[in-house]
Design a protein around this ligand. Structure first.
Ligand SMILES: Cc1ncc(COP(=O)(O)O)c(C=O)c1O
Length: 450
C-alpha cells in the first residue's frame, strides 16, 4: 500500500491558514521551506492538518535517522517525564546525562580516554568545541572551509560559508576565523583528474598554512567529513588524512563537525570512520535526540579537560528528557542490522539517482554522497555546470505536490538533498524515488532542460 495519500490541494486550507498565522506572528527571517502544517508523524510519514499524508525525505533536516516518534523514544520520554523533566547539571547530577556521556565516550573513534560535554544545539556544540580547543592549545585561530555550515551563533556564523543566505547584515563576526578551499571534486577544473585535484588540494593545505595563517597560531581545524548545507560533498579520504597529519604535525586540534553527517547518516555511526581519520574532538547533534534538542562534544579527555572548572555548561544542558531520548536512539543505532540496512538504503537510492542522471544528463550534473546521505546537483548543462537554483526549487515544489517532502542544499541552493529516516522500507524508498524521478522529469520538460 502506498504511504502517500493526498486528499486536498497542496497546501490544503488548514495548512494555508496556519502558515498565514505563522507569517503574522513570526518574523519573515525565520526560515520556512514548505507551506505545510504538520499535526502528527510516525516512521517516514507525516500527516498535515488537512489529512494529507506525506513521505518525509527531509527528516527535519537530518534529525530523524531513527524516524519520527520511534516507540522506544516515546516510551522513554513518557517514563522520564513523570519522574523528572529538568535537572540543571550545574545544580545537581542525574543518571541520564552521565549514562549518555559514558555511551558517547565508548562509541567515539580512537583508543584514547574520552569525555563528553552535552549542549542543546549543533551551533552550541561547535562553539564549545572551539572554546575547548583554544583553552587547550592557548592559541586563537580556527580554520574552516569553503561551503561549511556550522550554525547561526556569532562565532559559528563567522565559521559558516554562503554569505548571502546566512550572514548578510549580521556582522561584524567573531575574529580569528580563517577559510581554506574545500576539495569539491565535481567542480574541479576541466581536464583535471579526480586524483590530481585531490593532490592539488593537499598541496594547497600547506600553501594556506603560509599564505592564510601560520599553523602555530591555529587552535583548531573544524571540518565536516561530508559537507551538509554545502551540498552533501564528501571530503576525499586522502585529503582528510593529509589534513589529520598536518594537524598532528603542527599541534592543531582536528574537530569533525558531524552534526549533520554523524549518527548513522552515512551508514556508519560516525562519518569519519569511512576515511579512518580519528579527530581529536567531534560534534554531534540532530539525529542524536530523535528530534529532542541535544548536542554533544566528544573528544580526547586531556583536551576536553582543558577549560577550568565552571568554564563550560548551560542551564538546559543534559536535559533528562533529551538524554533518555538519545539513549534510546543509541540503542537503536547499536543494533547490528541498523547500519547495515542504512547502507542498503543508500545503495537502493543511489541506483535510482544514477538512473535519473542517465535520463537527464544535462540537468542532473552530479549524484554524490556517502552511504544513504545522497544529493543530486542540478545544472543548466553538463558541460558548463552552471548552478540551476530555480530548477531545484521547482523540483522541491513538484515533489511536494506529489506528496514527497524534499529540501535543497548547496552553496548555490542547487542540490536536492535526501535525508529520509533510515528506517524506510524498500517500498517507501521506491515510492519516494518514483516521485522524485517523475517530478524532475516534469520540471525538466517545463523548464526546457535539454
Ligand atoms: C554540520 C553542521 N554543524 C552545525 C549545525 C548547526 O546546528 P543547529 O542548527 O542545531 O545549531 C548544522 C545544522 O544544520 C550542521 O549541519
Amino acid at each position: 500500500m502506498a504511504s502517500i495519500s493526498l486528499k486536498t490541494e497542496i497546501p490544503g486550507p488548514l495548512s494555508r491558514a496556519l502558515v498565514a498565522r505563522r507569517e503574522a506572528a513570526t518574523p519573515q527571517g525565520a526560515a520556512k521551506l514548505t507551506p505545510l502544517a504538520i499535526v502528527r508523524a510516525h516512521g517516514a510519514t507525516m500527516t498535515d492538518a488537512d489529512g494529507n499524508t506525506f513521505l518525509d525525505f527531509a527528516g527535519g533536516i537530518g534529525m530523524l535517522a531513527v524516524g519520527h516518534t520511534p516507540d522506544n523514544v516515546v516510551e522513554a520520554l513518557r517514563e522520564q517525564a513523570s519522574e523528572l523533566i529538568h535537572m540543571c547539571g550545574i545544580v545537581a547530577s542525574h543518571d541520564a546525562p552521565v549514562a549518555l556521556a559514558e555511551r558517547l565516550n565508548a562509541a567515539a573513534p580512537g583508543s584514547e580516554p574520552k569525555r563528553t560535554l552535552l549542549m542543546n544545539s549543533g551551533a552550541e556544540a561547535v562553539e564549545a568545541a572551539v572554546h575547548i580547543c583554544r583553552s587547550h592549545t592557548r592559541r586563537q585561530g580556527v580554520v574552516v572551509f569553503d561551503g561549511a555550515y556550522h550554525g547561526r551563533s556569532n562565532l559559528t556564523l563567522a565559521m559558516t560559508s554562503k554569505f548571502n543566505l546566512f550572514k548578510r547584515g549580521f556582522g561584524p563576526f567573531a575574529p580569528e576565523v580563517y577559510r581554506f578551499g574545500f576539495p569539491n571534486v565535481y567542480r574541479r577544473p576541466g581536464g583535471m583528474t579526480e586524483a590530481g585535484f585531490v593532490d592539488w588540494h593537499i598541496e594547497l593545505l600547506g600553501h594556506n598554512f603560509t599564505a592564510v595563517v601560520d599553523p602555530a597560531h591555529v587552535a583548531a581545524v573544524v571540518v565536516e567529513p561530508v559537507q551538509g548545507e554545502g551540498g552533501f560533498i564528501p571530503a576525499p579520504a586522502r585529503w582528510l588524512r593529509a589534513l589529520r597529519d598536518l594537524c598532528t604535525q603542527h599541534g592543531i586540534l582536528l574537530v569533525a563537525d558531524e552534526v549533520q553527517c554523524g549518527m548513522g547518516r552515512t551508514g556508519r555511526l560516525w562519518a569519519c570512520e569511512h576515511s579512518g581519520v580519528v579527530p581529536d574532538l567531534l560534534t554531534t547533534a540532530k539525529s542524536l535526540g530523535a528530534g529532542l534538542p541535544i548536542s554533544a562534544v566528544v573528544g580526547r579527555a586531556d583536551v576536553m579537560n582543558a577549560p577550568h572548572p565552571g568554564g563550560l555548561g548551560g542551564t538546559y544542558s543534559g536535559s533528562p528528557l533529551a538524554c533518555v531520548a538519545a539513549l534510546a536512539v543509541l540503542d537503536t543505532l547499536a543494533t547490528p542490522s541498523f547500519l547495515r540496512r542504512a547502507t542498503e538504503l543508500g545503495d537502493r537510492m543511489r541506483v535510482r539517482l544514477v538512473a535519473l542522471q542517465a535520463a537527464l544528463p544535462n540537468l542532473v550534473g552530479d549524484v554524490r554522497g556517502l552511504g544513504p546521505m545522497l544529493a543530486i546537483e542540478l545544472v543548466k548543462s553538463a558541460a558548463g555546470r552552471e548552478p540551476w537554483m530555480e530548477a531545484t526549487a521547482a523540483v522541491n515544489a513538484a515533489t511536494l505536490q506529489r506528496g514527497l517532502v524534499t529540501i535543497r542544499a548547496g552553496l548555490h541552493s542547487n542540490c536536492v538533498r535526501l535525508l529520509p529516516p533510515l528506517t524506510l522500507s524498500d517500498a517507501e524508498v521506491d515510492e519516494g524515488m518514483d516521485v522524485l524521478h517523475q517530478a524532475t522529469l516534469e520540471v525538466a520538460a517545463k523548464m526546457g532542460a535539454a
